[in-house]
Structure formats: C-alpha cells, structure tokens
Design a protein around this ligand. Structure first.
Ligand code: COA
Length: 260
C-alpha cells in the first residue's frame, strides 16, 4: 500500500501507525482518513497483528483535528460523505476486534480527540491537551465526539468540553477517565509499546470477545448485554486457548496462546 500521510510499522505482532502530516499538526484530511481505513482493513485481516498503536508525528501534536481547509470548502449539500467517512473510520477502530492504543503526544483536538475516543485505551504525554473546539469554528464535532465523549466522561463533563470548546490538560483528562495513563513525553512510546507487548501475549479470541461484548452491550438493557456475554463465554469455552490458559495456571507455567 502506497501511503503518503501515514507511517506504518509492524513488529512483534504490534502495528504502529503514525499520522504523519506535521506541517498541519497531523490534521486528518480525506486522504489521511482513506489511508487509515485501508491500513485498518489490513490490520483486521492479518492474524499476526494483535495490537495497534496510533500516534502523531513530531512532539507537538497527536492530531489537531479534521483538516479545517477541507471543512471550509464544504456546505450542507456536500458535507455528508465527509462526516460518513469519519464515522466509518472511527467505527473500524472500535470494531476491529483488537485493542488499539492511542499514544497522545500533544494536541488531540476535534477529530484528533475523536480518533482517540474511538481507540480502546489512551495514554497521554504530560503535555497532552484534549478537546472538542468545534464550537469555536461554528460547527459541532462530526467524527463521533458528540456520542463517544459523554459515554466516557459522563454527560456533564462531556457537555462542558463541547460547549466551552476549551481543551483539558492531561491531568484533568486522567481524572475524568479520558486518559488511562499519563507519562512524560519521552516515555510515551515506550510505555505504549510495553502495554501493547503485554496485550499481544494475551489470548486474542478472548480479547476480541471482551471488546465485542462491551461495545455491543453498553447501550443495551443489562439482560440483553448479559445474553451477549453468555453466548461469547460459551463460544470461548470451545477454544484451544481456553484449554491452554486453564491448564497453564494449574501447571504453574506461563500460557502460550495460539489464537485458536
Ligand atoms: N486543520 C488544518 N490545518 C491545521 C489544523 C487543522 N485542524 N491545525 C493546525 N493546522 C495548521 C495551521 O494552520 C498551521 O499551518 P501554517 O503553518 O501553514 O500556518 C500549522 O498547522 C501549525 O499550526 P499553528 O496554529 O501555527 O500552531 P500553534 O502552535 O500556534 O497552535 C493549535 C496549535 C493546535 C492550538 C492550533 O493549530 C489550532 O487551534 N488548530 C485547530 C484546532 C481545531 O480547531 N481543531 C478542530 C478542527 S474541526
């Protein structure tokens, strides 16, 4: 795949995707979203990829938003495909069935914050700033922010961020549950890689089942969510990984999961 706005490296079952448009603070234009969608499809179908890390090039920004030059050029008759592409890309991340870690190395604004929200886990550098400043452009978040932010932070805090447009710093984001962890910037990638390596050793079928059960169940009545969990548990109990994990515990050795 010929990529102009992303760097992609896969090593030891971890795919690292770097959004690489530092002159625009890694803003997401249509081309970048298209490339990201293609890379995510590749990651979904490659059994050797167990975990993904998404970060931004440079030390200033994760992603400073959707590309405002492209937003300025659309109107109500032409904008729907742009929003749909953003939604589709974020859903690909959410539904990948593999954990995706956002390593947030600076500004995560607008579409950048929404990209992080679609990821499974978020680690921020101490200088990370997260926000949905669309209101200051006279628009609203359009890559899932109005829906995912409040689900993570609760409605009060989500609305505060969206209505004020003011970004919050890493410490507050950690407090509000928007970040899982905060580390000094020079340790960010190393920390993300360590977490990814740990996840890459886990049982992949069980990880996929957890991701699916949580994402599918979270908006359902509890009993419907529990039915999803039960079906997934039954299925998991037919896997070699389940035999291996339980045997390894009883034999006091480390499990070696094969994803079967
Ligand atoms: N879309 C397009 N270009 C963007 C961008 C975006 N979302 N964010 C930053 N850039 C560009 C700037 O236009 C500038 O380009 P230039 O050098 O050709 O003038 C370059 O990236 C550097 O940004 P700059 O604003 O000069 O950096 P800064 O350190 O002064 O400010 C930010 C950093 C993130 C506070 C500021 O760039 C900003 O507010 N960006 C927009 C954030 C936003 O509203 N995102 C939501 C979009 S829906």
């Amino acid at each position: 795949m010929n990529l102009s706005n992303l760097q992609v490296q896969t090593d030891q079952r971890i795919m690292r995707i770097t959004i690489d448009r530092p002159n625009s603070l890694n803003a997401l234009n249509a081309k970048t979203l298209e490339e990201l969608g293609g890379v995510l499809d590749q990651a979904a179908s490659d059994n050797e990829v167990r975990v993904l890390i998404i970060t931004g090039a440079g030390d200033k920004a994760f992603v400073a938003g959707a590309d405002i030059t492209e937003i300025k050029a659309v109107d109500e008759n032409s904008v729907a495909p742009f929003v749909q592409r953003g939604h589709d890309t974020m859903m690909k991340i959410q539904n990948l069935g593999k954990p995706v870690i956002a390593a947030i190395n600076g500004y995560a604004l607008g579409g950048g914050c929404e990209l992080a929200l679609a990821c499974t886990l978020r680690i921020g550098s101490e200088n990370a700033l997260l926000g949905l400043p669309e209101i200051s452009l006279g628009i609203i978040p359009g890559f899932g922010g109005t829906q995912r932010l409040a689900r993570i932070t609760g409605i009060g805090r989500g609305l505060e961020m969206m209505l004020s447009g003011k970004p919050i710093n890493a410490e507050k984001a950690l407090n509000w549950g928007l970040l899982n962890q905060v580390v000094p910037q020079e340790q960010l990638l190393e920390t993300a890689e360590q977490l990814a390596a740990q996840l890459a050793r886990s049982a992949p079928i069980a990880m996929r089942a957890i991701l699916n059960a949580v994402h599918q169940g979270v908006d359902l009545p509890l009993e419907d969510g529990l039915a999803i969990e039960k079906d997934a548990f039954v299925e998991i109990c037919g896997t070699e990984d389940m035999r291996e994990g339980t045997s390894a515990f009883l034999e006091k050795r480390k499990a070696s999961f094969k994803g079967r």
